[in-house]
Design a protein around this ligand. Structure first.
Ligand code: NAP
Ligand code: ZN
Length: 351
């Protein structure tokens, strides 16, 4: 298949910095859309993958699954988009479309394996991996392209494609509603979207953080209370009081302190720690019939619903815009907990 060479940034080994790379994009097929990428968000998952922290990386890795751009070419069979449309691509670019998960709009759980936006075997280019949004353009099947409300700030919508849907989906699935007491653990890229969404859904939102200095921001973002998890007395005050907790901590951690916060029959959902957790005491879920659950991004239909909700309620991310060349510093700032609250790359800097 004919391909086009485009500029990208990626890494060739877990310990190497990201650097300029040339990658191949496939020719636009019948159902494909070619997108000129304008902005690309920086997710903590990009760092886990670039550094092989989840042990599944195939190099080179070109991260980026919070992609915003304009349609520059469409295939003959494309009916939903035209040249010039503002569109997004999130964490997935393909799935089988026929298994029971895909039929239920849960492509992220495709039984034949969803194709993720980067570091997945590429169905179209044999022997190649998918390469993500740290690049000047991408070619994607229209079924995995999202429509971006034009009233929103273009750069600040990029993080909605992953951080947005990853927090929206569990809040909706566990039916968070007006008056519920909802805890969001970790004020980073995901957490700050979780706070905004839980607030917009009418919940009483408590930011649960290790960083007391983030309290003011948490309140500005929509938290009604701030709970510093290192403060044992404060944690005790909130014991057995939460209807729902969304936990975005990016590493394995002690679960018992958070389980103690849940009410009878309520749930804590993990989205961050894709790795072994510290052992926790069974009694902390047995007493109170509590639940620990997990959640992975969201399906395409649900992602579009989230974007439309953001358009109606004028919700975007709080971002710091960077140039592509600053990516290695940005990675170090994310891992040292110094991001407010999502880095977004201005892709003009790579063109
Ligand atoms: P992030 O911006 O780095 O935010 C993580 C936040 O967690 C930090 O700001 C910090 O908040 C808190 N934190 C960090 N280390 C901690 C520790 N050792 N103990 C307790 N709290 C800690 O990361 P992100 O982009 O939001 O991503 C969060 C995690 O979700 C990552 O692991 C990412 O790979 C994963 N993820 C999962 C999905 C999914 O579909 N399930 C999708 C996207 C990302 P405070 O300072 O407030 O404590
Ligand atoms: Zn992500």
């Amino acid at each position: 298949m004919a391909t086009t060479t485009v500029k990208a940034y990626g890494t060739t080994a877990p310990t190497e910095d990201l650097k300029p790379l040339d990658i191949e994009r496939r020719a636009v097929g019948t159902d494909d859309i070619k997108i000129d990428i304008t902005y690309s968000g920086v997710c903590h998952s990009d760092i886990h993958t670039a550094r092989n922290e989840w042990n599944g990386s195939t190099y080179p890795v070109v991260p980026g699954h919070e992609i915003i751009g304009r349609v520059v070419e469409v295939g003959n069979g494309v009916s939903s988009y035209k040249v010039g449309d503002l569109v997004g691509v999130g964490c997935m670019v393909d799935s089988c479309q026929t298994c029971s998960s895909c039929q239920k709009d849960l492509e992220q759980f495709c039984e034949n394996g969803a194709t993720f936006t980067y570091n997945s075997p590429d169905k179209h280019l044999e022997g190649k991996q998918t390469y993500g949004g740290y690049s000047t353009s991408v070619v994607v099947d229209e079924k995995f392209v999202l429509r971006i409300p034009e009233n929103l700030d273009e750069a600040a919508t990029a993080p909605l494609l992953c951080a947005g849907v990853t927090t929206w989906s569990p809040l909706r699935h566990w039916n968070v509603k007006k008056g519920d007491k909802v805890g969001v653990v970790g004020l980073g890229g995901l957490g700050h979207m979780g706070v905004k969404f839980a607030n917009a859904l009418g919940a009483h939102v408590v930011m649960i953080t290790t960083s007391p200095e983030k309290g003011k921001d948490a309140t500005r973002l929509g938290a009604h209370e701030v709970l510093v998890s290192k403060d044992e007395a404060d944690m005790k005050k909130h014991q057995n009081s939460f209807d729902f907790i969304l936990n975005t901590i990016p590493v394995g951690h002690e679960m018992d302190p958070y389980l103690g916060l849940l009410k009878i029959d309520s749930t804590m959902v993990l989205v961050g720690a894709v790795e072994p957790l510290k052992p926790f005491h069974g009694g902390n879920i047995i007493m109170g019939r509590k639940r620990i659950a997990g959640s992975l991004i969201g399906g395409i239909k649900e992602t579009q619903e989230m974007l439309d909700f953001c358009g109606e309620h004028n919700i975007t991310s709080d971002i710091e815009l960077i140039n592509m060349q600053d990516i290695n510093t940005a990675y170090d700032r994310v891992t040292s907990n110094d991001v407010k609250y999502r880095f977004v790359i201005d892709m003009k800097s790579l063109k």
